[in-house]
Design a protein around this ligand. Structure first.
Ligand code: KIV
Length: 263
């Protein structure tokens, strides 16, 4: 997927959209070689790459660094970058500066969480010619308001709020909306009501696409396993085995071999 219009086209054609996160050049290069449709430089970088307990530590500078690394290696893939915590809550000029930083580092689009109170910012970014992806449900930047990483939209009232948010994001011009950790039935209902595609994470099969954190797909962080994660390889074992083999070869004097040595 190369362009923002491909998202709408895939929804119209009834074809699912696959997305993963990436934070660095080498993994973005591998994603670029795969059939996965698009890449999110998620603010989950703060957790996955930098060991923070939440995404709140992500800054515009950090996101710009990761966005540059990913965009430089993600040829042919549509790259979306997350606007980090509070960067779009300080008025339009500050938000536009954050958007400028990410787009000039190679992002083709930005994603931001929630909608209430920053409708004007979303409209302004869209009118500036930059595609915006919305994100509702479990929006991790609001973890302290939710009291933890909890499924959202479980009551009728909470579901109605999410439906309203989704409609509002669509009316503001978002090209797609991430639905994170919401009941499958609600996600399917939102998806059927919107013309723009929804991308689910922990939102069941009824969304227009799915996104997972790359390190979860590759099974390289076995410490934390939300229910919605599917690990496609035991990357932690594969990578640790490689290190142990290297260690054993060093100690057994079988590395380096003659072919790996300069004469
Ligand atoms: O930062 C992130 O990784 C995300 C996705 C999981 C949707 O926002």
């Amino acid at each position: 997927m190369k362009a923002v219009d491909d998202f709408a086209r895939l929804k119209q054609e009834g074809r699912k959209i696959s997305m993963v996160t990436a934070y660095d050049a080498w993994s973005a290069r591998l994603v670029a070689r795969s059939n996965v449709d698009a890449i999110l430089v998620g603010d989950s970088a703060a957790m996955v790459m930098h060991g923070h307990p939440t995404t709140l530590a992500a800054t515009v500078e950090l996101m710009a660094l990761h966005t540059h690394a990913v965009a430089s290696a993600a040829a042919g893939k549509f790259v979306i970058a997350d606007l980090p915590f509070l960067s779009f809550r300080k008025g339009i000029p500050a938000a536009m500066e954050a958007v400028r930083a990410l787009v000039t580092c190679g992002a083709q689009s930005v994603k931001l969480e929630g909608v209430a109170g920053h409708e004007d910012v979303i409209r302004h970014i869209v009118e500036s010619g930059i595609p915006v992806m919305g994100h509702i449900g479990l929006t991790p930047q609001s973890v302290n308001r939710f009291g933890g990483f909890r499924v959202q939209g479980k009551t009728e009232a909470a579901a109605a709020v999410l439906i309203g948010q989704a409609r509002l994001l669509e009316s503001l011009g978002c090209f797609s909306i991430v639905l994170e950790c919401v009941p499958a039935e609600l996600a399917a209902r939102i998806t059927s009501e919107l013309a723009v595609p929804t991308i689910g994470i922990g939102a069941g099969l009824g969304t227009d696409g799915q996104i997972l954190v790359l390190h979860d797909v590759w099974g390289v962080d076995m410490s934390h396993a939300p229910r919605f994660v599917r690990r496609y390889i035991d990357g932690e074992r594969v990578l640790t085995d490689a290190l142990n083999e290297f260690n054993a070869d060093v100690k057994a004097l079988t590395f380096p071999a003659a072919a790996e040595t300069y004469s």
